[in-house]
Design a protein around this ligand. Structure first.
Ligand code: GTP
Ligand code: MG
Length: 149
């Protein structure tokens, strides 16, 4: 089954948005497989965002992601990667639609409160990067028959 790595960035934690953000994925109907509050080491942030390492904002991005604890999550469900990107909204919160997390809760690209994997392959890669073996739960929700026909 498809999984997406979703992460509440340090601004989301500091601003007290953890419950609100988790709630949006819960209410949508995805299955929470992993969850932890975590102080990200610099090396991990660099590895996670390695595709952006040549960009001028990269040092600021690493400083941002390591500036306080993040909430790491693994969410599962058919189509979760693309759907989570829609729930999150555009990278620049000023361009993100109202109703999306960034559209409702943020104003600047450099403080856009949440990360979501951009492909199923990256979902796998990122969950393996941020979670250790045994940290993901094996469970099924009683809601499933009411979500999927
Ligand atoms: P993520 O879900 O965090 O990966 O965001 P994204 O997929 O919407 O955007 P992208 O992967 O292109 O960039 C990763 C993150 O780098 C963004 O979410 C921003 O936090 C940051 N970022 C991207 N572009 C800029 C920029 O021009 N300036 C600054 N300061 N940060 C940027
Ligand atoms: Mg991205």
């Amino acid at each position: 089954v498809e999984q997406s790595y979703i992460m509440i960035k340090p601004d989301g934690v500091q601003r007290g948005l953890v419950g609100e953000i988790i709630s949006r994925f819960e209410k949508k109907g995805f299955l929470l497989k992993g969850l932890k509050l975590f102080q990200c080491p610099k090396e991990l942030a660099q590895e996670h965002y390695k595709d952006l390492s040549e960009r001028p904002f990269f040092p600021k991005l690493i400083e941002y992601i390591t500036s306080g604890p993040v909430v790491c999550m693994a969410w599962e469900g058919a189509g979760v990667v693309a759907s989570a990107r829609k729930l999150i909204g555009a990278t620049n919160p000023l361009q993100a639609e109202p109703g999306t997390i960034r559209g409702d809760l943020a104003v600047q690209t450099g403080r856009n409160v949440v990360h979501g994997s951009d492909s199923a392959d990256n979902g796998k890669r990122e969950i393996a990067l941020w979670f250790k073996e045994g940290e993901l739960a094996q469970w099924e929700s009683v809601h499933t028959p009411w979500l999927i026909e």
